[in-house]
Design a protein around this ligand. Sequence first.
Ligand code: SME
Length: 160
Amino acid sequence: MDGGEVVRRLEVARREGAELDGLLRAAVAEIEASEDRYDWVGIYLLEADVLVLHDYIGRPTDHDRIAVGTGVCGTAVAEGRDVNVADVHAIENYLACSIETRSELVVLIRSERDGTIYGQLDLDSDQPAAFGAEDEEQLRIVARWLAGAFDRERWDPVPD
Ligand code: SME
């Protein structure tokens, strides 16, 4: 995936008036379409100590609310780090979204201004070890841009 290209498209959407909700949905769609290996792509937003599923593309999941510290997603928040799981079957603290899923990558959406975790990009693949360092790097580019959109909304709201 080319994170820079995704960001360029999101930037165009923003200039054309898209709000945060639409930008998050557009990011999910752009990321999901970018690689066949990406079988499930979603964004969870952190509300107090629960991750709430905002938007996703892929098979339906039961996990639309995940407590911090639970599963791969909640662990990423609890430990304040991105998590790349090559083999989900090897993880005890794993919440199966789909029986077919073999690997998972979580990239945090975190404020560059004060470190607040806004949420995360969550990707699943039906292939084992589907996510490499390049995927992490490109997804971080998108996650940083999305964090910037949250930051702007929080600190620099556009006056009416
Ligand atoms: N596997 C995640 C749950 C989310 S689903 O994959 C969509 C976890 O262990 O936190």
